[in-house]
Write a protein that binds this ligand. Sequence first.
Ligand SMILES: [Zn+2]
Length: 483
Amino acid sequence: MKRNKITFAAIAASSAAFAAAPMLIPAPREMTMTGGMLLAATNAPKIEVVASIPSEGYELSITTNGVSIRHSDGAGLFYAKMTLAQLRVDATNASLPCLEIKDAPAFKWRGVHLGETQRLFGKRTVMRMLDLMSRYKFNVFHWHFTDDRGWRIDFPEYPNLARKSDPPWLCSTEQALFYSKEDVRDILAYAKARHITVVPELDFPGHSRAITAAYPDFACQLKPKSRSNVLCVGNPETLKFVERALDWVCEMFPSEVIHIGGDECSRRPWGKCPRCKAFMKQHGMKSATEIQPWLTRRLAACLAKKKRKAIGWDDIVTEHGNVVKALDASVLPERDAVMVMGYRCRDMILASLAANMGYKVVQSPSRHTYFDYSQGLPDDPFHYFHPDRFTTTLETAYKFDPYEDVKPEARANVVGGQCCNWTKFTFTPRDLEWKMWPRALATAEILWTNPDPNKRDFTEFSIRAAEHRRRLVRDHINCAPLK
Ligand SMILES: [Zn+2]
């Protein structure tokens, strides 16, 4: 039998190979076309457990006699079936190309983030997103549901949080203002069936205006009476609330990793608040900049007691502003106590600085993974975050390198990455789909296949992305054009 080992670069170069090659996203790590077709794959695949296959990995053989799948865990079997579904192209065509695939992900954390504080898209939209995520082998849904504008999951012990939040912008009067415990349970079950972990985020101690508006005593005492969006760490009741909120998310969400926020927190209110000044004195702190690291360590310890792990935005280990500098060593959390999620890009990617320091990191550098940035399309009906300043085209998304700025010896600290759907300027589910697709196809391939950045072939990827756009549009997804 003639066996052609092909690479995707070779496919683009050879029209004959191209015609025969399946349009898979993410590209499998190894694929050999063995020639011929399985014309009617009516029998169920032969499935075998092989312990030596890596977690989430699979081997898929298609011969003229049938389909067989080898895997070592449930996720691997699931991803083999997802690949098989892509090979079928469409429901009317039962034939499959004969091939051998050996596949496993480059990264453990392959995430999609959704901001639901300024908008609330609702259960149907979230489930539709989870469906598409699983089609492209994403396995983490990072749910950002607390921020200045709102707290969007009901926390019955603090009922004002969800009920007194500002309503999501442009939400209709019939629409729910927050998710109930039952909604969350349904979303978790839906995600689990697709091998997706839901990582909840409680954004502390900044971005907390929804909390301080509902419970003013949790804010710093400032004169004149202004309501800041920063939690008053000097108030013992605030700390009780924060720790109880962590208990509450741990009771609801089985994820081992819990996001504690930590981004863009001003230290100014702490320096002016009498309770926080007394707190600093009591703890021998020289300045208010020591308060957030203290809180980070405390929240991480609180989660560790429950056998969970804290992850926070890169501000939890780095200085504020336009500098590339770690916090003072005396206040840094222990290397194994927290994980760091990176978003800021300065002279270097700040999460890479954290990886080089020994922290486990999830990369989401804004310039490659923020989908509220303009796509650079000549004709685009939707609104973006400062479109004159920030652009992330499909090509920029495909240039995402999770190891950028990471020293070779620190590469093992990069556990993965994600794309982020911030939604201040995203008004409807159609708008959300348009911004996410096709750019999330690029993120999916980087996080699963991670092709060598020096050899990535965007032209070839575009051929596959165009075919997947065709399929997404066929399935009524409002996928944007490639350019
Ligand atoms: Zn205070």
